[in-house]
Design a protein around this ligand. Structure first.
Ligand SMILES: Cc1cc2nc3c(=O)[nH]c(=O)nc-3n(C[C@H](O)[C@H](O)[C@H](O)COP(=O)(O)OP(=O)(O)OC[C@H]3O[C@@H](n4cnc5c(N)ncnc54)[C@H](O)[C@@H]3O)c2cc1C
Ligand code: FES
Length: 267
């Protein structure tokens, strides 16, 4: 186990889990807490950032008691890690329209392996060519574009924006998308994947619906158990969509990735 600082307020937490892990799908997640009393009793959910066998990495933004305790882990700290949980990104094939990954701050975490797996070929499909993938990475300020240099090294196009103009375009990720499309640097017909703050995901959903674009959101709802028992992670479904038989889906077991054909962020 080790931690290393990342960005203004983040850490990369590396752990080794006891059970052997097959290659895990990007955007699946784990519930983590320390075994000692420093962590709150309820574990916290984190997307898998990187994997090498049973060695897992998580990119964690320090927010409150749970993330502070994890960031303060030292070699030998015992963790309770429940996972892998949830579904992960859809098959990122290279056959249809380009995939554009919209990452908001710490919402970049599930995209690292998403890029790697798309480039390697997923679910028996041909590898996605690098030209058919782009990451549009936005944050409030430069220091919250976590591991930007690492993302740039993945071999796909990475464009940035910040609300204060300290890196890349001044503005949010949808403005960046529209700017690149207006300049002819990205096609208008793309497939969107998004992870980030709730307000960003609401705006992405609205944009995708208005533009008729396929779109998947990786949602970060509150979670209690992570395994479908506590009903603490409801996501409203669309009554006419494929999940409409129930008014809510459980983010932890049916997500965290949802197509906007199935659920809505809008209230
Ligand atoms: C599927 C999923 C994947 C996630 N992946 C990452 C990731 O890769 N990196 C990362 O830094 N964060 C990720 N998060 C968010 C992370 O779980 C919260 O930031 C963390 O739980 C905050 O805990 P805390 O005790 O430090 O903060 P608290 O003081 O408890 O709360 C701070 C903020 O976090 C929210 N929060 C608190 N508990 C939870 C909870 N159990 N579930 C969701 N939100 C909560 C609160 O609404 C509040 O806004 C993910 C969340 C989900 C659901
Ligand atoms: S977190 Fe308990 S049901 Fe989803």
């Amino acid at each position: 186990m080790s931690t290393s600082p990342c960005g203004d307020d983040g850490v990369v937490l590396k752990i080794r889990v006891e059970s052997p892990q097959p290659p895990l799908r990007a955007a699946r997640f784990w519930m983590l807490r320390r075994e000692d009393r420093l962590s709150p009793a309820i574990p916290r959910p984190f997307s898998l950032y990187r994997q090498q066998g049973d060695e897992l990495e998580f990119l964690i933004k320090v927010m409150g008691a749970g993330t502070k305790a994890l960031a303060a882990c030292t070699p030998g700290t015992k963790l309770r890690a429940i996972g892998p949980l949830g579904n992960g990104w859809p098959t990122l094939d290279g056959e249809g329209d380009m995939w554009v990954m919209l990452a908001g701050g710490i919402g970049s975490a599930p995209f690292w392996m998403g890029v790697e797996q798309a480039l390697a070929g997923m679910d028996g499909r041909a590898p996605c060519p690098p030209s058919k993938l782009a990451i549009l990475y936005g944050a409030a300020t430069k220091g919250l574009l976590y591991d930007l240099e690492g993302f740039k090294g993945l071999g796909v196009r990475v464009e940035t924006c910040t609300m204060d103009g300290s890196h890349g375009l001044k503005g949010h990720v949808l403005q960046l998308l529209e700017d690149l499309q207006r300049r002819g640097e990205l096609p208008h017909k793309v497939r969107l994947l998004a992870c980030g703050p709730e307000r960003m995901l609401e705006a992405v959903e609205e944009h995708a619906r208005a533009s008729g674009l396929p779109c998947w959101l990786s949602l970060e709802t509150m979670m209690g158990c992570g395994v479908g028992i506590c009903n603490g992670c409801p996501v409203p479904t669309l009554p006419d969509g494929p999940m409409g038989a129930w008014s809510n889906a459980k983010c932890c077991v049916e997500g965290p990735v949802f197509s906007i054909e199935c659920v809505t962020m809008g209230s």
